[in-house]
Every structure is written in C-alpha cells, then in structure tokens.
Design a binder for this molecule. Sequence first.
Ligand code: NAD
Length: 354
Amino acid sequence: MLDYMQYMTEHKHEQLVLCFDRDTGLRAFIGVHSTTLGPGLGGIRLWQYESSEAAMLDVLRLSEGMTYKAAVAGLALGGGKTVVMADGKEADPRIRAARFQALGRYIDSLNGRYIGAEDVGTKPADMVEIRKVTRHVTGLPVEQGGSGDPSPVTAFGVWRGIQALVEEVFHTDSLKGVRVAIQGLGKVGLGLAEHLMKDGAIVIGTDVFSEKIKAAQAKNVKVVDSDAIYDVDCDIFAPCALGAVLNADTIPRLKCKVVAGAANNQLAEPCHADMLESRGIVYAVDYVINAGGLINVAHEVARPYSAEAAYAKAGNIYHTIKRMLKLAENSHLTTRDAAQQMAMEALQQTVPTP
Ligand code: NAD
C-alpha cells in the first residue's frame, strides 16, 4: 500500500481532508495541493472508486495537476480537487442533495482555502446544493450569477492554442485546408470543430454516441469510426473525449504533426511525451491548452462574472502555447517538461493579478 504521508511530502501537498458523513453516507476527500498563488480551485468529481485508497490517490494527483494548470494560465489560484465516492445511492435526488450539502459544510470549514467546481460526474445543480451552505463554490448556473457551462470557453481556448501551433509548426497564419481529427464531438469537441471550420479547416471527427455524430454531420463534420480516428491522415489530432489516449498502441498510428485537444490527462504515462517527440509530433500539453474552463470559473470567483474578461484571458492561451514551444526548443525539452518548468517558475513568482 502507498505511504500517503510520504507521497504528500514528496509532492508538496498542503492538506488532505477526509469527508465522512454518517447521516447522508457521504464519503469524499478534498485535496489541497498548493495555495501559493491563491485558493486551491478544482472540480468535484463523483466517481465509483474501488477503494478509499484509490480515491485518495486520485485526489492527490488531480489536485497537484490543478496547481500547474492555474500557474501556467497565470491565474491567482492554487490547486485543489475533491473526489466523492459514488455508491449508486446518489441516484436518489434527496440523498444526492443531502450529500452535496454535507460536502459543502466540509468545504466551508476550509475557510476559502479550497473552492469547488463542477467536474466528471457532477452538474450545476450539485453546485447549487453546495452553495446553500458555503460560498466557496463556482460553476453555478447563469441565472444564479454564475458563469454557467465552461465548455464554450474551453473550446475557444483550444482553438486559440491551435492558431499558435499552426503558426509555429506549419509556418502559416491560416487554418484554411488544415486537417483536424477530433476525437469526441461533445460540448468542447463540436464547439472546437465550429471554430476551425469557420477558419476553413477540414474537420474529421468521431464519437460513440449516434446523436453526437448526427449533430456533427449536420455541421459538415466528416465522421469516421471511433477506432479509425488514430489512423486519419491529418495535420492535427485533437483528443476531446477521454484520458490516456496517447499511449504505446496509439502513438505509432498517428499521422499528424500536432496533438492539441481538450481532454484531460491525455498521456497514459509521462514517457509518452518522449514517444511523441521522437516521432516529430508536437504535443500541446493538455493542461496548457484546455485551461479555458478553469479560466472561466476563475472569473466567477472574481465576482461579478464577466464573460468578456474570461474570453479575453482564455485567448491568451495563444501566447502561452507560443511561450511553451519557444522554451521547449531553446532548452531542448519536451513540451511537457517545458510546461512543468513554466508552472514552477510561476509558483516562485509573486501573486499575479486575476
Ligand atoms: P462531453 O461529455 O460533452 O464530450 C465528450 C464526448 O466524447 C462525448 O460526446 C462522448 O460520447 C465522446 N466519447 C466518449 N468516448 C469516446 C471514444 N472512445 N471515442 C470517441 N468519442 C468518445 O465532454 P466535454 O465537456 O466536451 O469535455 C471533453 C473532454 O475535455 C473531457 O475529457 C473533459 O474532461 C475535458 N475538459 C473539458 C472542459 C470543459 O470545459 N467542458 C474543460 C477542460 C477539460
């Protein structure tokens, strides 16, 4: 079994909170990795874990990732995350609401060191329950003064990142005729496809749900089978569905020059960044290019929320990608290591403005 104290020491975590509520059956962990640049903001994930140890490791890993994501995006935020252990009973709306309120009391007890947000398995209605007991939560519906669905801002940020990559890798400032293969035509994937097609790019996509496929075809996306997406002859592969899709099986199949998409944790293992590099494929580092969603909720924290300001900041992903590429080239680093270095440098500087 992993020595969690040792893990937290090595990874420099600040805090791990075990949330147990006997009355509602809530079992959750809040991980606060760093508050150096500001409160640790990160999503609340509802997931069926094999054990509490697995949930604990996940929250520690994810909260650390949030520190780097916020730091590279230039936000006055640290890294935090919550995982809630699903057991099926949350299918009952009353139990679900009671559990999220119980979680809200734990979040409140941290006095703003951690701010929650929506994540895999949770929805705005869960944030509303949490908001009943604490103000330290974001991702509320627009009608309640929140920033609503972050996906359009994420898609916008990925599109801006792709513009920078096209300039640096293909030496053109036009997306006309650039072939992009999008895996996952959901909220972000389809939004990204629309931005790209407006610029004249050719979009090939895939999904596992027929409704998503139909919606994409109606917008002129050429659709291929889900496994065939790795073999598509394209300039850019954009993972917008699942994690760990860049691995020893898929990387040798890719025919692109750039990987740039919204999915989190795209590399199955860190070594796959080297594998991409040795194949001459430029990897846009998931947490750098997909920071639009975090940027959006960060602007909700700095109330009142301004969509204009959020989009302007997400647009800066263009410059961040350029900085990362330059650092990687000048210092002979993989883009993954360059991004990590940028995060470390940001953490050593004084607090940026929101
Ligand atoms: P979504 O659920 O709307 O879309 C994901 C799509 O991927 C779905 O349509 C799903 O059917 C499809 N899919 C699942 N498995 C697939 C497979 N094997 N092959 C092809 N398609 C598959 O989610 P989203 O909000 O669009 O987010 C997409 C990804 O980006 C996720 O990994 C998410 O964690 C990440 N992300 C999202 C945001 C955001 O603001 N929504 C922010 C940062 C990161």
